[in-house]
Design a protein around this ligand. Structure first.
Ligand SMILES: Cc1cc2nc3c(=O)[nH]c(=O)nc-3n(C[C@H](O)[C@H](O)[C@H](O)COP(=O)(O)OP(=O)(O)OC[C@H]3O[C@@H](n4cnc5c(N)ncnc54)[C@H](O)[C@@H]3O)c2cc1C
Length: 224
């Protein structure tokens, strides 16, 4: 079982053994990039840099996916928490289109990484539903539907959803997916040349690099 920052165990953590790094950082080396934080952001960034031929080091204070990645709902979606109607109102229709395109590109990147590295993580395309249960919500849904379609997401209105909830109307969105976010086997990735994951903790040490990527959603943990 992997450890994570939340008190409530997640579905993902109970099915995965903690990753044990098979290599140690080379104190004599100068890395091209050091990435701080071994969640999906740090690992994906490391992979892309590795593919670009850079020598990277990922420093993780606890264990891979200890943070938010270990407790996510793991929907890969182009429907975000902030509806496109709000994005359009607060920014512009162009911004809404950019957000939709970036979200679709992110899903495509996850899919490409999974395919390329043969990661068995149950990746599956899926539809997403947003539904209204009152007439007032239906009005809101109509605004969201219009802005979502305008942003370029494939959506349709329906009055049937595959869940046992009463509703007035629903919006169905295609191009979504789900996966096991912690199942990605970093050892396989780290065995490729040019990248090294050091786990579980970094101690007081001097490591040299030419760039640093800092991506941690948590307050810093004391060195163990
Ligand atoms: C309940 C919930 C549901 C969610 N559902 C979805 C969803 O359905 N779809 C979606 O797209 N997103 C969802 N999200 C958001 C998504 O999970 C996060 O945006 C994503 O996992 C963040 O990944 P990350 O790599 O940026 O951060 P994290 O996964 O938090 O990784 C940061 C890492 O940095 C490490 N760290 C912290 N400080 C240090 C330090 N000083 N030195 C070294 N390492 C350090 C931590 O141990 C951690 O492992 C959800 C989030 C939550 C909480």
């Amino acid at each position: 079982m992997i450890l994570r920052d939340g008190y409530t165990p997640s579905l993902w953590q109970s099915t995965v053994q903690p990753y044990v790094s098979s290599s140690k950082p080379d104190p004599a080396a100068t890395y091209d990039v050091i990435i701080v934080g071994g969640g999906i952001t740090g690992i994906s960034t490391g992979l892309m840099l590795q593919e670009a031929g850079l020598r990277c080091l990922v420093l993780e204070a606890r264990n891979l996916c200890f943070g938010t990645t270990g407790g996510t709902t793991a929907h890969l979606n182009t429907l975000l928490d902030t509806p496109y109607s709000t994005i359009e109102k607060k920014f512009s229709a162009t911004a809404a289109k950019q957000v939709a395109a970036a979200s679709a590109a992110a899903i495509a990147t996850v899919r490409r990484n999974i395919d390329q590295h043969g990661i068995q993580c149950g990746f599956k395309e899926a539809d997403a539903y947003l539904f209204a249960q009152t007439k007032q919500q239906q009005k809101e849904l109509a605004d969201i539907f219009e802005a979502t379609a305008k942003a370029g997401v494939s959506v349709s209105l329906t009055d049937a959803i595959p869940f046992p909830f009463t509703l007035v109307q629903a919006m169905k969105a295609g191009g979504q997916a789900k996966f096991h976010p912690v199942q990605s086997p970093p050892p396989r990735v780290s065995s490729r040349p040019g990248i090294l994951y050091m786990l579980p903790t970094y101690h007081q040490a001097s490591i040299f690099c030419t760039s640093v990527v800092l991506r941690t959603d948590l307050t810093p943990w004391p060195a163990c």
